[in-house]
Design a protein around this ligand. Sequence first.
Ligand code: SAM
Ligand code: SF4
Ligand code: SF4
Length: 326
Amino acid sequence: MELTDSHGRNINYLRLSVTDRCNMRCFYCMPEEGITKREHGTILSYEELLLISETAIGLGIEKIRITGGEPLVRTGIVGFLERLARIPGLRHLALTTNGLLLEQLADALHQAGVQRLNVSLDSLKPQTFSDITRGGDLKRVLGGLDAAERAGFPPPKINCVIMRGVNDNEILDFADMTLSHGNSIRFIEYMPAIKEDGWQRYCIPGSEILERIAGRYTLEQVDKGPFSGPSRDFRIPGARGSIGIITAVSGHFCSECNRIRVTSTGQAKGCLFSDEKTDLVPYLRPPDRERLAEALRGIVSSKPERHSITGEGYAHKNFTMSQIGG
Ligand code: SAM
Ligand code: SF4
Ligand code: SF4
């Protein structure tokens, strides 16, 4: 079965957030303080998340990415992933993590059936990393990357949000890393998530990131595999890893957008930057598969053609990326 939206895009990818809690506080994602703990019962149970997944897969979703907050902080995550991986029709199960708990959990995640890991890593300098994440320990994340490969995962894709004046002086260090490491480094444009005046000052268009790398290295274009996501991929000739550019703000991958999102409180969204969302809870408590399927189809058919955050008069949406899952 195929899910197609009203702009002719095939929707086969669900980003499923399992928690809005996190063991880090990246300044561009979460406020330092003032996150109120959700009342017990507002976060969907694993049974409910499985029901959403099963229904979405029945409609045509083939890939699920587990995200958060930090998905690995949720108790029982491995058992949930094992059950999710067994749902017939799911072709690709991936997880995005900040990597802090990977040393402990990489083996179990691999055995549970997770096929790929994306690890977020915005700096290779301990102090800058700690400043961005408000206290994160770079060594643990690097240890987590090694543990993932030892556990049998392909080298994790590394998500790196580039911000002017914060870590843009490391673009070439990350590019260098692909010479000796098999990871794909994906440079992501900073998106306005935390409500903050002057957010534009952090933005560096993907084209500029690419120019800076091309100033030092020749880059060859890499063909994309299935489920490889919205990045444009390049390789320094002879390098082990690759370089991807995700132009979430300046760019034009809305026309290829294949995703929907469901938050850990059961809010389904067709577009990261749209206000429109559908509360799935009424179809989960008690479970009503037919109406749940109808609600998911509705989210797909009302998906906007593109975001308007670069347009004039964009009203900053007050959301944290940790609630939506990036
Ligand atoms: N905690 C996990 C992690 O950090 O990988 C998963 C959730 S996090 C919200 C998912 C992704 O969103 C991360 O790669 C993070 O860098 C990205 N993200 C969060 N806020 C962002 C922002 N303002 N602009 C661009 N990417 C952002
Ligand atoms: Fe946590 Fe990930 Fe957000 Fe950083 S980006 S605060 S690790 S959820
Ligand atoms: Fe898809 Fe919306 Fe992101 Fe564009 S901004 S790629 S439509 S989710």
